[in-house]
Ligand binder design. Structure first.
Ligand code: ZN
Length: 292
């Protein structure tokens, strides 16, 4: 991907989203296998997913993740970026136990995993009642834990994506690259937040530019997602400035657009990319760029 960087599209298909607003959130193994093919056809190079039970609860059983990854790979060449699948503040070994299990076999080894490069208050604010919904919730990612995960992933040949809630997260990700603990080029996800989610930068051009301002010019790729809000509003700014996009029903139901599917969201994004004169990266191009 020389010259002007192509657009890497990641689809964040489900997170822990329920179907009360948008019924198109994939949960089961079969639904995720089908969704992988649909979002790949619609332009995504990477699928980020969480395994869920039939009623939408988190399902952190390694054999379920293994089945999803193996079956998706039989159908499509999309890159797979599963969640780490741990309870927020598990100790270091337990945090990556799922990924370590999946990495034992080539057929189930994840391509990329997310590392949140800092700690946050992960609460939400309910504007209607004026209350904080989870006032005691802290998501802890101290640097020692990040280094442990980075070393384990490097040894297994799995790429770490840096999920960045604010500028400090970006700066720490840069140091993980400079120290050689994570491999270049860096993949930075600017985790913008809207709606009830008050931790993180808002989805505005100014806030995105602040995050970009601490990234080195070389050997870094940045993308944006938006938890709790409409990413399409800032997508033209992202595309005009060389970034990628990570969109999906996991972050937001897009009710104002009539509750589209993940593939329909990607079709909107690829249309915006065309308008911006940017090409979409294929999974093979992303593999080559990140040396996967
Ligand atoms: Zn996730």
């Amino acid at each position: 991907m020389n010259g002007q960087k192509k657009v890497i599209l990641e689809c964040r298909v489900n997170e822990y989203a329920m179907r009360d607003v948008n019924p198109h959130v994939p949960w089961t193994v079969q639904e995720l296998v089908d969704e992988a093919q649909r979002v790949r056809e619609a332009g995504a190079a990477i699928m980020h997913f969480h395994a869920r039970t039939d009623d939408g609860a988190p399902n952190n059983r390694p054999e379920v993740y293994a089945e999803i990854i193996e079956r998706v790979r039989e159908k499509t060449d999309i890159l797979l970026l599963p969640t780490l699948g741990y309870s927020s503040n598990d100790d270091d070994v337990r945090r990556i136990r799922l990924i370590s299990r999946l990495a034992e076999r080539r057929q189930t080894k994840p391509d990329i995993i997310p590392l949140d490069t800092g700690s946050i208050n992960i609460d939400q604010f309910d504007a209607a009642s004026g209350t904080f919904l989870c006032a005691d919730a802290v998501y802890r990612n101290d640097t020692a834990t990040l280094l442990y995960c980075a070393d384990e992933m490097r040894a297994r040949g799995i790429k770490c994506k840096f999920t960045c809630w604010d500028m400090g997260f970006v700066r720490r990700g840069v140091k993980l690259l400079e120290s050689g603990r994570c491999t270049r080029p860096g993949y930075f996800l600017f985790h913008l937040t809207e709606g009830p989610h008050i931790t993180g930068h808002p989805a505005t051009p100014l806030a995105i530019d602040a995050l970009r301002s601490v990234l080195p010019q070389e050997d870094c790729y940045w993308s944006c997602n938006c938890m709790g809000g409409n990413l399409l509003a800032v997508a033209p700014h992202v595309l005009a400035n060389g970034g990628g996009l990570a969109i999906g029903l996991g972050d937001y139901h897009y009710a104002e657009l009539g509750c589209p599917t993940n593939a329909q969201l990607l079709e909107r994004v690829t249309a915006l990319a065309r308008e911006a004169g940017r090409e979409i990266a294929t999974p093979d191009e992303v593999r080559a760029y990140f040396h996967l």
